[in-house]
Design a protein around this ligand. Structure first.
Ligand SMILES: C[S@@+](CC[C@H](N)C(=O)[O-])C[C@H]1O[C@@H](n2cnc3c(N)ncnc32)[C@H](O)[C@@H]1O
Length: 280
């Protein structure tokens, strides 16, 4: 392998240039991710159990407790929110691209006697239906990692899928001091680890695209056969007015911002995360 190949693959790419690998569906990585989602004490993949409970309580509050809502959880992971919604007698659908997470969610719901409709799909590709849900949620800053066109397409589908007066709730990262959120370059060599079950070298770096308010986290994984997998995560940061503009373009109204939903945490809290509630 030529060292210049590694150097050129590690250079700052043009904005939104795709990597060649996708983390959520990789069979080895998605097994590691499931364990991370299910760890109740850490804020990675899913938030801490206590934070999830507080968030779900807020999501459901102010709704008439006697009314069974039809709820759609996009990117539901292993079902940590869907189970709380179903336990509160709502009719819940969860969609996730990770087969591992959905298989776990189906088994868990069966064990707990909960009826939840789970679908293993890419929410960017499927039709979410028309006027089917009272509430749609997309939790853990997932809207902000989509590319702008994907985001627009998804928002339009969510709007269509909501009943009139239905609510869409999501969270994104705010743009306060976003330029300081670059991570330092790191490397890892491992016989078996998060990225692969065979030996690999991982080179991780982040790049700032200031005008677009984007940070790219890039992980270049080189295996023993000299294959190079490049994982790219484009994280967008938003102000209140960025969010209002994006939602108004899709005809959402009554936009409300909350920065007091997440408890203090060592990862993300109200300083970094904006919860948004809006209405069709
Ligand atoms: C950061 S996790 C959040 C999981 C869950 N919302 C939570 O907070 O516990 C993002 C989830 O979205 C899923 N996901 C990512 N892209 C997706 C897509 N295009 N379609 C469906 N699910 C997707 C991943 O598999 C993962 O479970």
């Amino acid at each position: 392998m030529k060292i210049t190949d590694i150097i050129s693959k590690s250079e700052k790419p043009a904005i939104y240039e795709k990597g060649n690998s996708f983390m959520w569906t990789d069979p080895h990585i998605s097994k590691q991710l499931l364990q991370v989602h299910l760890n109740p004490d850490i804020d990675l993949a899913s938030r801490k159990k206590s934070t999830i409970e507080k968030t779900a309580k807020w999501i459901l509050e102010n709704r008439d407790n006697n009314k069974n809502l039809k709820i759609l959880d996009l990117g539901c992971g292993p079902g940590l929110y869907t189970e709380i919604f179903a336990n509160n007698r709502h009719r819940v659908t969860g969609i996730d691209i990770s087969k591992n997470s959905i298989d776990h969610a189906i088994k868990s719901a069966k064990k707990k006697g909960l009826r939840i409709d789970y679908q293993n799909s890419n929410y960017l590709d499927i039709d979410l239906g028309q006027e089917k849900y009272d509430l749609v949620v997309l939790i853990y800053a997932d809207l902000g990692v989509l590319l702008p066109l994907e985001r627009e397409k998804l928002l339009a589908k969510i709007f269509k899928a909501l009943n009139k007066g239905g609510v869409f709730i999501f969270d994104v990262l705010n743009d306060k001091g976003f330029k300081e959120k670059l991570s330092p370059k790191t490397w890892e060599s491992s016989k078996v680890g998060f990225w692969k079950e065979t030996p690999y070298l991982a080179l991780s770096e982040s790049f700032l695209y200031e005008k677009e308010k984007v940070i790219l986290s890039q992980h270049t994984i080189i295996d023993e056969s000299e294959n190079i997998d490049i994982y790219r995560f484009w994280t967008h940061f938003f102000s209140h007015s960025d969010i209002s503009e994006m939602l108004k373009q899709q005809n959402f109204k009554d936009i409300e911002f909350r920065e007091d939903i997440l408890p203090e945490s060592d990862m993300w809290n109200g300083e970094n995360v904006i919860f948004v509630k809006c209405i069709k």
